[in-house]
Design a protein around this ligand. Structure first.
Ligand SMILES: NC(=O)c1ccc[n+]([C@@H]2O[C@H](COP(=O)([O-])OP(=O)(O)OC[C@H]3O[C@@H](n4cnc5c(N)ncnc54)[C@H](O)[C@@H]3O)[C@@H](O)[C@H]2O)c1
Length: 249
């Protein structure tokens, strides 16, 4: 599965799944444009010729435009977009969730996906090819109590991606959604309710909910993202791929 000379924009690149994806895509020969609020932790890749980092808030329209402009200027094409950035919700009953919290979750998890896909589509349509992978969550398929706003944002990502797959098919652009199960990254702790015990929630709520018996590792996600970005996935579009050890069943 070579991605030689393909230019892939990765959002959330400094996070758990993002970093594993950046690493795997670079090893597969891709040009990687790594975007996150802060990219200091990606310093080790700065000397690579096929690496470009971009620190900025991707909820901002102008920032997103600039990312794609710079990526195109440096590498000459936009072949893929892996939308991995996202934020969690601390589990809480709906009557305790402020409008500000709801808006923030929707903005980061859905508006950012809209903005980046819109920008990617402009380039991909001209090239008549491209692959988009949006990260949702198994929570959209099988919600947990107290995560209503997060679940809604990821459900929106799924519907949006399917709509995009249909709309962009005539331009030979594939769009798929990947739903991770509970994953071993720093985000997992953030789903714990305020005052809850992080370690026991991790074990008793999350780990025990995965039929295959362990948390999802960032590399499990990275491998599937890489596959969906590759030519091997040429006829896959509008698909919902759960990488969740069976949690969605
Ligand atoms: N960890 C889990 O258990 C789990 C389960 C299902 C789905 N997911 C989803 O997987 C994706 C990756 O999660 P992760 O576990 O790697 O989390 P993470 O917190 O390690 O990484 C998320 C990254 O997104 C970045 N980000 C957040 N807001 C941003 C913004 N406005 N602009 C640019 N970057 C921004 C963060 O800085 C962070 O580096 C997320 O979309 C998450 O919702 C995670």
């Amino acid at each position: 599965m070579s991605l030689e000379n393909k230019t892939i924009v990765v959002t959330g690149a400094a996070g758990g799944m993002g970093r594993a994806t950046v690493d795997m895509l670079l090893k597969a020969g891709a040009n990687v444009v790594a975007c996150d609020l802060n990219t200091d932790s990606l310093e080790t890749y700065q000397s690579f010729k096929n690496f470009l980092s971009f620190a900025g808030n991707l909820v901002d329209e102008h920032t997103v435009t600039e990312v794609f402009q710079k990526a195109h200027q440096k590498f000459g094409s936009i072949d893929g977009l892996a939308n991995i950035a996202g934020i969690a919700q601390s589990a809480a009953p709906i009557d305790e969730v402020s409008l500000e919290q709801y808006d923030l979750i929707m903005n980061v998890n859905m508006k950012m996906v809209f903005l980046t896909c819109r920008e990617a589509a402009k380039y991909m349509k001209k090239q008549k090819r491209g692959k988009i992978v949006n990260i949702g969550s198994v929570a959209a398929t099988r919600p947990r109590p107290g995560l209503q706003s997060y679940v809604a944002s990821k459900g929106a990502v799924e519907s949006f991606t399917k709509a995009l797959a249909l709309e962009l098919a005539e331009h030979h652009i594939n769009a798929n959604v990947l739903h991770p199960g509970p994953a071993d990254t720093s985000m997992l702790a953030k789903f714990t309710k305020a005052g809850g015990d992080v370690q026991s929630t991790r074990k008793e709520v999350f780990e025990s909910s995965v039929p295959l018996g362990r948390l999802i590792q960032p590399e499990d996600i990275a491998r599937s993202v890489k596959f969906l970005l590759s030519d091997e996935a040429e006829m896959i579009t509008g698909a919902v791929l759960h990488v969740d050890g069976g949690r969605n069943i």
